[in-house]
Design a binder for this molecule. Structure first.
Ligand SMILES: [Zn+2]
Length: 498
C-alpha cells in the first residue's frame, strides 16, 4: 500500500533503485555504466565513489522515517498504522534491580528487518540523501543503502572539485539522518580514456579515499576501463567452483536423469551470467575472455549429456541443445533492454538472433562431422519438445565412445577394427547400420521406425517420442554389449602381457 502510494505520488527519487517494482541491481549498475560511458564518449573524465554506511538498517532513527512519511503526504491512517507498529517494537530484558526483575526497554531506532515494509521505509527516510543538492555534472545512484556518488568533467580539477563538493553534501545529509559513514570502506574508480591524467584527490569526512583500478559494486567488479575483464574472469572462477562442488554431488554415469543434470547447467550459467546485460558486449571484443566462460559452461553441458571430453565445443552445444554462453549473455542484454524500453526489438527477435548466430557458428564448425551428418536440422533438434540424452545415445550421436575407430584414434587400441564382426572399421556409423552383430537389435528398431537410414534417422526421432525411445533403446543395448566385450578383451590382453 505504502509502495503504491510512493510510486504514484512521485514519492521516491529516481536515483533509488533498491526494493522498487521493476528495478534491480542491474539497473543501478547500468546507470553507473551508462553515466561513465557517456562521459568517456565526450572525452571527459569520470569518477565514482562508493559509500558504506555503518549498520545502516539498524541505525536509522524512527523519527526520521516518520518525518519523511509525513513529507510525502502518506495518508494519516497509514501513518497511524506505522506509529503503532513502531511502538510495539520494544524489547524486554532481564534486569535484576527492578521490582519485577525485568526492565522494559523501548527500541527507538532501526527499520524492522525481515519485514515487508522495512526496505520501503528505509527508502522513504533515505530519499533526502538521494535528493541532496549536488553541483552540476554529478550523479547519485542508490540501491537501498548502497550509495554511489559520481562526477564528470573535462579536467581532473573539474572532477575533483565536483566530487568533493558532492561528497560533502551527501555526507552531511547522511549525518542528519543519524547515520555514520565507514570512510575506510569507501572505494573509488577513476574512468578515463586518456593516460597520464592526474588522479583527483578525493576526501570524505576528512579522510582520503584511495583510487583503485577496480571496485566492487552490487556484486560486480567495475574496472577503470569499463571492459569488465576482471569481472568476467572472476565470474568464470566462481562458476567453476560451483560446478566442482555440484559435480561431487552427482555421480558421472547412470546417475541422475537428464532434466536433473540440466539443473547443474542452469545453476552454473546463472552464477556466471550475473550482470550480463551490462558486460555482455565486452565478450565480443575478447576471445580470451569469452573462452574463460565457455570452458566452464562446456564442462557443465558435457556433464548434462554424459559426453566424452573429446567432443568438440560446437558439437557439445548442439547435442545438449544449449547455446554457447556468450550468445546467452548477449540475449540477456537484449531482453533487459526490451524490458526497459530501450530498444524496439521484440523478445522473439532477440531469441531469433541467438539462434541465427548459433546456427552460423555450427555451420562454420570444422569438427563434429558425424554429428552434423546426422543432425542437419539443428533448429528442429534444439527446439524439440521430447527426447532426452544419456550416456549411450550421446556416444552414438557423437561418435565418441566405445567404438574401435575412436579408441584407436585416442591411442587406446591398436587397430580400428570391430570386435564383433570381421569389419576393419568400427565407428558409430558401422554400429548403427552395418555391423552384423546387431542384426536383431536393428530389426527391432526398424519395426518401430521403418527402414534405418542415416539421413532420416534424426528426423524420425524428432517426429515422435516412440521413435526417439526406440533409437535410444537400440543405443543402450548395443553400446552396453560393446562395452562389456571391450572390458573383457582388455582384461585378457592385460593378463597375456603379464
Ligand atoms: Zn562390426
Amino acid at each position: 500500500m505504502l509502495e503504491r502510494h510512493l510510486e504514484s505520488s512521485q514519492g521516491l527519487a529516481d536515483e533509488q533503485y533498491g526494493f522498487r517494482k521493476g528495478r534491480s541491481t542491474e539497473d543501478a549498475i547500468s546507470a553507473l555504466e551508462s553515466t561513465a560511458n557517456a562521459a568517456l564518449g565526450k572525452y571527459e573524465l569520470c569518477v565514482a565513489v562508493s559509500l558504506d554506511i555503518r549498520n545502516s538498517f539498524n541505525s536509522i532513527g524512527w523519527d526520521h522515517i516518520k518525518t519523511a512519511l509525513q513529507k510525502c503526504d502518506v495518508p494519516e491512517y497509514l501513518l497511524q498504522t506505522f506509529q503503532a507498529y513502531f511502538k510495539e517494537r520494544s524489547a524486554t530484558l532481564a534486569h535484576s534491580h527492578s521490582a519485577t526483575g525485568q526492565l522494559e526497554i523501548n527500541i527507538t531506532c532501526g527499520v524492522p528487518q525481515g519485514s515487508v515494509v522495512g526496505p520501503t521505509l528505509w527508502n522513504v527516510a533515505y530519499d533526502r540523501v538521494l535528493r541532496a543538492q549536488c553541483p552540476e555534472s554529478t550523479k547519485i545512484i542508490g540501491f537501498a543503502d548502497d550509495t554511489l556518488v559520481m562526477a564528470f568533467g573535462k579536467t581532473t580539477e573539474d572532477v575533483e572539485r565536483r566530487i568533493n563538493e558532492a561528497l560533502e553534501v551527501v555526507a552531511e545529509e547522511i549525518s542528519i539522518l543519524g547515520l555514520s559513514l565507514a570512510t575506510e570502506k569507501s572505494e573509488a574508480v577513476f574512468f578515463k580514456r586518456q593516460y597520464k591524467k592526474r588522479k583527483p584527490t578525493i576526501r570524505l569526512n576528512g579522510a582520503d579515499v584511495p583510487i583503485t583500478k577496480t571496485m566492487r559494486y552490487l556484486g560486480l567488479t567495475i574496472d577503470e576501463k569499463l571492459k569488465f575483464r576482471e569481472h568476467i574472469k572472476e565470474a568464470a572462477k566462481k562458476g567453476q567452483r560451483v560446478l566442482t562442488s555440484l559435480k561431487r554431488l552427482m555421480p558421472d554415469i547412470g546417475g541422475p536423469t537428464e532434466p536433473r543434470r540440466r539443473l547443474l547447467v542452469s545453476v552454473v550459467q546463472s552464477v556466471m551470467l550475473y550482470g550480463a546485460p551490462i558486460w555482455a558486449t565486452s565478450l565480443e571484443y575478447s576471445k580470451v575472455i569469452r573462452r574463460e566462460l565457455l570452458k566452464v559452461q562446456r564442462q557443465a553441458v558435457l556433464r548434462s549429456i554424459c559426453g566424452y571430453r573429446t567432443i568438440s565445443y560446437d558439437t557439445t552445444y548442439i547435442l545438449a541443445s544449449t547455446p554457447p554462453i556468450d550468445l546467452i549473455a548477449m540475449e540477456r542484454r537484449k531482453l533487459f533492454q526490451i524490458r526497459r524500453g530501450l530498444t524496439r526489438k521484440t523478445v522473439q527477435e532477440a531469441k531469433g538472433d541467438t539462434m541465427v548466430e548459433w546456427l552460423q557458428r555450427t555451420e562454420d564448425a570444422k569438427k563434429g562431422e558425424w554429428t552434423r551428418t546426422l543432425i542437419h536440422d539443428v533448429r528442429g533438434w534444439v527446439m524439440r519438445k521430447h527426447g532426452s540424452m544419456d550416456f549411450h545415445l550421446t556416444q552414438v550421436l557423437s561418435g565418441h565412445g566405445c567404438f574401435s575407430y575412436y579408441t584407436h584414434r585416442i591411442g587406446k587400441k591398436e587397430e580400428p577394427n570391430c570386435r564383433h564382426c570381421p569389419s576393419t572399421l568400427d565407428n558409430a556409423h558401422h554400429t548403427l547400420v552395418e555391423c552384423r552383430a546387431w542384426a536383431a537389435e536393428r530389426e527391432e528398431l526398424e519395426a518401430e521406425i521403418g527402414q534405418l537410414n542415416i539421413g532420416s534417422l534424426i528426423g524420425k526421432m524428432l517426429s515422435n517420442t516412440q521413435a526417439w525411445e526406440a533409437v535410444s533403446a537400440f543405443a543402450k543395448r548395443t553400446m552396453k554389449q560393446k562395452e562389456a566385450l571391450e572390458r573383457a578383451q582388455q582384461l585378457e590382453e592385460r593378463n597375456m602381457t603379464n
